[in-house]
Design a protein around this ligand. Structure first.
Ligand code: TRP
Length: 365
């Protein structure tokens, strides 16, 4: 017998729409969510409000990037018939939960969040906006609005999952449901895949758009070949016959991420100086292009009919809004802030039309 939606565990994961997704996103998170979608009820958030925490001064790019990130998810093999892809800002319950959770988190805890610190330093922020400092609280609302059990992410996200777990425990503790005393939320678990993080082409700690050291999931085979050719390798290696040090080599790290089967042999060849960097890079280019080829194929029909991307988002967002309303109902009940029945009152947010054609589209990838 197949498992039904109600008994399957729930996943919530997603991305900030700040541009095209890259190989680091793929090996860190997308690959796992594709594998997990078949036996989990999977929600994928396009976190546009979170993108605004750093891009509030250029919101005009969001409409394109929301669709770009959705398309990247579809291209890697997320199946819109079994997953719920949705837009964060169109699910009002997420914003409402974030406000309620903000009471349960101190400013000091947020200031010590290592991911916030790294991002702030990378961007040269001297003072932090309330929204940027608080985005991990909003992310706790992303994860819990659908009462998710599992959050597959790259390792940089683990501090946010830890915070979410703290908020959930505190919430459940303070506000058990009346009568039964049951907790509203499961305590969600983070899950980092086999490769939690991918170094940049330049050997920097992380592949990142702002560091301009990425291979994008929609790069052409020629672009991949060109980028891999200039990737940083072991600096101690001058001649192809010099013994190599795979542990310091970017190209080796990429082989580990996308060409696992070749690793034992490659490690031996490299250390013995029996494979040169040029040949090793050619092997890597082939492996990456083999990985990206089916993604290009899955992307093509959406590029031919971009309105289909909006349809996927509109349908997913509709379901996410219903889920959010249900969770918020339980939250109000548990917090004793329901006060009176609103069963017949109009939900103000219902005024946002989610009819796909009205969901303005001008998608130019
Ligand atoms: N912070 C994540 C990133 O930068 C994106 C994100 C937003 C997310 N909300 C989430 C990831 C909830 C997992 C769960 O990639």
């Amino acid at each position: 017998m197949t498992t039904t939606t109600s008994t399957r565990k729930r996943i919530l994961t997603g991305d900030r729409p700040t541009g095209r997704l890259h190989l680091g996103h793929y090996v860190g998170s997308l690959r796992d969510r594709v594998a997990l979608q078949y036996d989990h009820d999977t929600f994928i958030i396009v976190a546009d409000v979170q993108a605004l925490t750093t891009n509030f001064d250029r919101p005009e790019g969001l409409a394109r990037d929301v669709r770009q990130v959705t398309l990247d998810n579809l291209a890697v093999g997320i199946d819109p018939d079994i997953c719920t892809l949705f837009v964060q800002s169109l699910v009002p319950a997420i914003a409402e939960l974030a406000v309620l959770y903000s009471m349960l988190v101190t400013v000091n805890v947020l200031r010590h969040n290592p991911t916030i610190k790294t991002e702030a330093a990378q961007r040269g922020y001297r003072d932090l906006t309330y929204g940027f400092l608080g985005y991990p609280v909003s992310q706790a609302a992303d994860i819990t609005f659908c009462r998710a059990h599992l959050v597959p992410v790259g390792d940089d996200q683990m501090p946010h999952i830890e915070l979410t777990r703290k908020i959930v425990r505190r919430f459940n503790d303070l506000y058990p449901l009346p009568r039964t005393g049951a907790p509203v939320f499961p305590v969600p678990e983070g899950r980092v895949g086999r490769v939690g993080r991918l170094v940049g082409l330049d050997g920097q700690a992380k592949m990142s758009k702002s560091l301009d050291n990425c291979i994008y999931l929609d790069d052409t085979p020629a672009e991949v070949a060109r980028k891999v050719r200039r990737a940083v390798t072991d600096p101690a290696r001058i001649h192809a016959s010099d013994p190599g040090h795979p542990e310091v080599c970017t190209v080796f790290a990429y082989h580990q991420a996308v060409n696992e089967g070749f690793i034992p042999e490659l490690e031996e060849l490299c250390r013995a100086g029996r494979i040169g960097c040029v040949a090793c890079k050619e092997r890597l280019t082939r492996a990456i292009n083999d990985l990206l080829a089916p993604m290009h194929e899955r992307r093509a029909p959406y590029l031919a009919r971009p309105a289909r991307i909006d349809e996927v988002l509109a349908e997913g967002t509709r379901r996410a809004r219903a889920e959010g309303e249900e969770t918020l109902g339980l939250v109000r009940e548990a917090m004793r802030i329901g006060y009176f029945s609103l069963a017949h009152a109009p939900v103000p947010s219902a005024r946002v039309s989610l009819d796909a054609p009205a969901f303005a589209h001008s998608f130019v990838p």
